[in-house]
Design a protein around this ligand. Structure first.
Ligand code: PMP
Length: 428
């Protein structure tokens, strides 16, 4: 019975293991942007950015099984699938980013990026944004100070990690037109570090502020901050794990929006459509410095099966024009959410771009008091209505809306219609 399975999960898993909902439906199958539970109930998945092509995409299933039937072993051997995928990935990045390391996950990619930066510069300090999330491994966790993901972050952060204020133009210290103040402050912190004899080896951030539900960085922010870190011999690392791969719509990579080119780019999540795969892409010169520390080897990172999945994901994104869909369907969704904001006073802001949106709920439009409990209630009510959507942000008052990139107009209309209904029922 269902209860039994949940109890067994709780008895076996660590209590820290996250799951959605107190009483989650048991999911058995998926198709495009839908999931079907063991009771045969269909749910619209508005949250899953690990499967950009949609659930159980037949092309990915075929690519994986074809390669798995032939051979799957580690990267010390030489395979066509791995070389073809790596070439395609590198071709999507601007010069001089042409050299690829393949890993299994986002956390590993961020860890490796930090290691590469320290190795190449000989500078051991890293500057990151406050209230960001970059992963769970030792180094990626150290640079993650999102209070939801790492409540002890401020206490346990090692001395090599330095943070600057996240440039949140909606609820941060500087809002709207004043958001231009964030970059000079970050530059000052980077300059001060260098003056104190500890120049940063890297500045690491998402090129689009994910933990705040997709608040765009102020224009020119990365240009100024990257220039500062490079002036002192450091490198610019972009975490594209959520925002890369066409999700923002107009741009394949988040950094393109800021008109900068990082020195090191981290990718994962969408790459394998659910199959574990991550990568770090950098310059030949930076990558070569890794050799000073030894060889790089990951038993399953970029295996032939993962690479076959990775290549098929890139082909399918192109063939199904999913980046174009992120522009078109994202615009429809965004304007429907803006329309809801006009008659539900709890909606403080609609953040985001393409199919990377965040609906920020506040109790008061002036004080911006976060509507945390209301957001949790809304997510539960949406589940009753057959829609999966979840809270994000340090106050858990932002609905994160990042459906598979194949989501269609029928689905987004269903979503906004039910969101309107749930907000009205809950008296907002
Ligand atoms: N960076 C960002 C921006 C992320 O969103 C995540 C995952 N939520 C990670 C890094 C870590 O990736 P993974 O869970 O694959 O280790």
């Amino acid at each position: 019975p269902e209860d039994d399975l949940l109890a067994r999960r709780e008895a076996t898993f660590a209590t820290a293991q996250e799951h959605y909902y107190d009483n989650p439906p048991r999911m058995e199958r998926g198709w495009r942007h839908h999931m079907v539970s063991a009771e045969g109930r269909s749910y619209l998945d508005m949250v899953n950015n690990v499967t950009p092509l949609g659930h159980a995409h037949p092309r990915v299933e075929q690519a994986i099984s074809r390669q798995l039937r032939r051979l799957n072993t580690n990267s010390r051997f030489h395979y066509a699938a791995v070389v073809e995928f790596t070439e395609r990935l590198a071709s999507l990045l601007p010069d001089p980013l042409d050299t690829v390391f393949l890993v299994n996950s986002g956390s590993e990619a961020v860890d490796l990026a930090i290691r590469l930066a320290i190795g190449a510069t000989g500078q051991h300090d890293v500057v990151a944004l406050r209230e960001a999330y970059h992963g769970w491994t030792y180094a990626s966790d150290a640079v993650s100070t999102s209070l939801q993901d790492n409540p002890n972050a401020l206490a346990t952060r090692p001395a090599w990690v330095h943070t600057v204020d996240s440039p949140n133009s909606y609820r941060g210290r500087w809002r709207g037109p004043d958001a231009g103040n964030y970059a000079p402050e970050a530059v000052q912190i980077i300059d001060d570090l260098a003056a104190s004899g500890r120049p940063a080896g890297a500045f690491l951030s998402e090129p689009y502020y994910g933990n705040a539900g997709g608040v765009a960085l102020p224009d020119g922010y990365l240009e100024q901050v990257y220039a500062a870190v490079r002036r002192h011999g450091g490198l610019a690392i972009a975490d594209e794990i959520q925002v890369g791969y066409g999700r923002l719509g107009t741009w394949f990579w988040g950094f393109e929006q800021q008109q900068v080119v990082p020195d090191i780019v981290c990718v994962a999540k969408a790459m394998g459509n659910g199959h574990p795969l991550g990568a770090v892409i950098t310059t030949r010169a930076i990558a070569d410095r890794y050799r000073d520390q030894g060889y790089f080897f990951s038993s399953t990172g970029g295996s032939p099966v993962s690479s076959a999945a990775g290549l098929t994901v890139l082909d399918t994104l192109r063939d199904e024009d999913l980046q174009g869909n992120a522009v078109r369907t994202g615009a429809r969704l965004n304007s429907a959410l803006q329309a809801l904001a006009a008659h539900h006073s709890i909606i403080g802001a609609v953040h985001g771009s393409g199919l990377y949106l965040g609906l920020e709920l506040v109790r008061d439009p002036i004080t911006l008091e976060p509507a945390t409990e209301e957001t949790a209630e809304l997510c539960d009510r949406m589940l009753d209505l057959g829609v999966i959507v979840q809270p994000t942000g340090d106050h858990l008052n932002i609905l994160k809306i990042k459906p598979p990139l194949c989501v269609d107009t029928t689905a987004v209309d269903y979503f906004t219609h039910n969101l309107d209904r749930a907000l009205t029922e809950l008296g907002h």
